[in-house]
Design a protein around this ligand. Structure first.
Ligand SMILES: [Zn+2]
Length: 63
């Protein structure tokens, strides 16, 4: 069962980004996901399966 992940959600990853931040914002969903480091703004592409394995916590977007 895939995780419910949507654009704008914030995800906390197990492994931190080189800038020291753990929180990323989902910028694009699909076969591949694009996530953006909320600290330094760098964007990464990851497959859904890789991303799901790395996620510690999801914070859904607030409307
Ligand atoms: Zn960063």
């Amino acid at each position: 069962m895939p995780m419910d992940l949507n654009i704008g959600d914030r995800v906390e990853l197990k492994k931190q980004h080189p800038c020291g931040n753990h929180i990323f914002e989902i910028a694009r969903t699909g076969m591949d996901f694009r996530i953006k480091c909320i600290e330094c703004g760098k964007q990464l592409w990851l497959s859904r399966s890789k991303l799901e394995k790395r996620i510690k916590k999801v914070t859904p977007k607030m409307d």
